[in-house]
Design a protein around this ligand. Structure first.
Ligand code: ATP
Ligand code: MG
Length: 226
C-alpha cells in the first residue's frame, strides 16, 4: 500500500475556538490509483491533501507513506520525501513569471543538484508529455491558463514522483479547459501508472477519478467507484 491513514485527526486552535478539520480519517491508497477527494468548502479536503503531501502533520493518528511512518520524521526528512516522492499541482499555477516554461519545469531538478544538460533534457521530455513542446520558450503570461497549468503539471512530473497531489487544479479554468486538464491526468495515470490524488468540490471533475472519497465535516462519508 502506498498510503495508509489510520484514524487521522487534525485540530486547529484559533483563540478559544477549536476546529476539527479532520475528525478520524481512515484511508488506504494503492500505487497507480486515481483518487478524487470531493466535498463542500471547509470539509477538510485541503487539510487531508496537505497531510498526505507531508506539508502538515496529523494532530493524532497514523500516516504511513510507502512504508515510512511519517510522524516520526523530522523536518529535513519530510522535505526530502516531498522533493523525491511528491509532485504538487495547485489551483493557481505558482509559476515564476520572469522565466520561460522550460526553466520553470527545471526548477525542482536544480534543488536536486542535477546537471544543466540533464535538467534541460528531462524538462523538455516533461513538457512534451503534457503536449507543450512548442511552447517551451514562452513565459507564463504568454500562455493560456490551461497551458500554464500544463507547465505546472510538467514541473510536478519532471522529478518522476511516486504521487501527484492536485488541489482544485481546474478551479481557475473554464470547464472545457478543465476537462482537458483532467483528461491529461487520466492519460498520465493510465500510461505511466502514476498515482494521482485530486481534490475538488466539482462533481463533474470528480467523475474522472476511478475512486471518489466523499468528505464532510472532516470525516469520510462514503467512497464510490466510477
Ligand atoms: N491554518 C488553519 N487554522 C485554523 N483553521 C483552519 C486552518 N486551515 C484550515 N482550517 C479550518 O479547517 C477546516 C477545513 O479546512 P480546509 O482548508 O481543509 O477545507 P477545504 O475542504 O479544502 O475547503 P475549500 O473547498 O474551501 O478549499 C475549515 O473549517 C477551516 O476553516
Ligand atoms: Mg481547500
Amino acid at each position: 500500500m502506498l498510503i495508509e491513514l489510520k484514524n487521522v485527526k487534525k485540530y486547529y486552535r484559533t483563540g478559544k475556538l477549536n476546529v476539527k478539520a479532520l475528525d478520524g480519517v481512515d484511508l488506504s491508497v494503492e500505487g497507480g490509483e486515481f483518487l478524487a477527494i470531493m466535498g463542500p468548502s471547509g470539509s477538510g479536503k485541503s487539510t487531508l491533501l496537505n497531510i498526505i503531501g507531508c506539508l502538515d502533520k496529523p494532530t493524532e493518528g497514523e500516516y504511513i507513506l510507502n512504508g515510512k511512518n511519517v510522524e516520526r520524521l523530522n523536518d529535513d526528512e519530510l522535505s526530502e520525501i516531498r522533493n523525491n516522492y511528491i509532485g504538487f499541482v495547485f489551483q493557481t499555477f505558482h509559476l515564476l513569471p520572469e522565466y520561460d516554461a522550460l526553466f520553470n519545469v527545471e526548477i525542482p531538478l536544480i534543488y536536486r543538484g542535477i546537471s544543466a544538460r540533464e535538467r534541460k533534457e528531462r524538462a523538455e521530455a516533461a513538457l512534451e508529455a503534457v503536449g507543450l513542446k512548442e511552447r517551451m520558450k514562452h513565459k507564463p503570461l504568454e500562455l493560456s491558463g490551461g497551458e500554464q497549468q500544463r507547465v505546472a503539471i510538467a514541473r510536478a512530473l519532471v522529478q518522476e514522483p511516486l504521487l501527484i497531489l492536485a488541489d482544485e487544479p481546474t478551479g481557475a479554468l473554464d470547464s472545457k479547459t478543465g476537462n482537458s486538464i483532467m483528461e491529461l491526468f487520466c492519460r498520465l495515470n493510465e500510461e505511466k501508472n502514476l498515482t494521482i490524488i485530486l481534490v475538488t468540490h466539482d462533481e463533474k471533475m470528480a467523475r474522472y477519478g476511478k475512486r471518489v472519497v466523499h468528505i464532510l465535516d472532516g470525516r469520510i462519508e462514503s467512497i464510490t467507484l466510477n
